[in-house]
Write a protein that binds this ligand. Structure first.
Ligand code: A3P
Length: 316
């Protein structure tokens, strides 16, 4: 059921109801059947919901605040499982030469990694390895989510900055609501993990808004979940390291390197990368700058049906 469903990226298809690039099909089976190890740490999320923030927090806690080790570029320490299936770099041989193995062949690279693995994934639960879906692994899985209004606005900026989206926000908003952005639709992604987290003690469910409002208590929950111990002083130091300003100025976490490579390869609008950055505003409610009241009402209405009968809510 191939479908042309995106105005800014062609060749998107639905896989088990999820919007994915067609190239992903070549990796789908390998991912489903992939071995999951009991000492793995996974961070799973819908894009733009605080993934990078959560990854940095989890990595630092699991590695006893090894800030020296944390100077290594985050995607190298904490590779993105479906990176290769998302971007078919075969079409760009020159760029291929600049890319590290965790980008060029992410699934194979991660499958062969020795030692404790840290794995990021944006795939919804139903497309993740069987062992995570059926809860037969002791791997620690942290899921993070964020209110859909801020997620949508952040995704729009992301697509402009990194994926060559040239349309306006109104069109992007429609694509988002129709579940036609990569990894969409939003609500089933969130609710599937929410339900699974209720019965599986190896899934920790976090919200971006809670991290903004009370990072210390989220650090505490994550530390306990990862069976670690941190002193109050260490927690303060970690909270500073994880502040928006600190992560924005940290080349290991701010993705400036990726923006630069895309710029060199003319993959992104030069104007956008002069003004834009991956660490953009990091706020709750920033959506108000772009969304009209009508759009906000529309998202509220759109959320009603999937949330019917669910005990899930955002506090803001
Ligand atoms: P904005 O675009 O709203 O600023 P992801 O890592 O899932 O792609 O999410 C990116 C979003 O998380 C961006 O949101 C980014 O600014 C925000 N973010 C990243 N690190 C953060 C931090 N330390 N504090 C607050 N927000 C952060």
């Amino acid at each position: 059921n191939n479908q042309f469903i995106s105005s800014f990226r062609t060749g998107y298809i639905r896989c088990k109801g999820v919007c994915m690039p067609e190239y992903y099909k070549e990796f789908a089976e390998d991912i489903i059947n992939m071995d999951v190890r009991d000492d793995d740490v996974w961070v799973c999320s819908f894009p733009k919901t605080g993934t990078t923030w959560t990854q940095e927090m989890a990595w630092c806690i699991a590695n006893d605040l090894d800030f020296e080790g944390a100077k290594v570029f985050l995607p190298e320490r904490f590779p993105f499982l479906e990176h290769t299936p998302l971007f078919d770099y075969r079409k760009n041989p020159e760029m291929q030469q600049q890319l590290p193995p965790y980008v060029l062949n992410s699934v194979k690279h991660i499958s062969n990694l020795p030692g404790r693995r840290f794995i990021k994934a944006h795939l919804p639960l139903r497309l993740l390895p069987k062992k995570i879906q059926d809860g037969s692994t002791k791997a620690k899985v942290i899921y993070v989510t964020r209110n859909p209004k801020d997620t949508c606005v952040s995704y729009f900026h992301h697509c402009q900055l990194l994926e060559g989206y040239k349309g306006n926000f109104e069109d992007f908003f429609k694509i988002f609501l129709d579940g036609l952005v990569c990894f969409g639709p939003f609500w089933s992604h969130v609710l599937e993990f929410w339900e699974a987290s209720k019965t599986n003690p190896n899934i920790l469910f976090l919200k971006y808004e809670d991290m903004k409002k009370d990072l210390i208590s989220v650090i505490n929950r994550t530390t306990e979940f990862l069976n670690k111990k941190l002193s109050p002083d260490q927690i303060d130091i970690l909270a500073n390291h994880l502040s928006f300003e600190s992560m924005k100025n940290n080349r290991a976490t701010n993705y400036e390197v990726v923006v630069e490579i895309n710029k060199e390869n003319n993959l992104i609008d030069k104007d956008k990368c002069e003004t834009g950055s991956f660490m953009r505003s990091g706020k709750i409610g920033g959506w108000k700058a772009l969304m009209t009241n009508e759009m906000s009402d529309q998202i509220d209405l759109w959320s009603k049906q999937p949330l019917k009968g669910s005990d899930f809510s955002f506090s803001s």
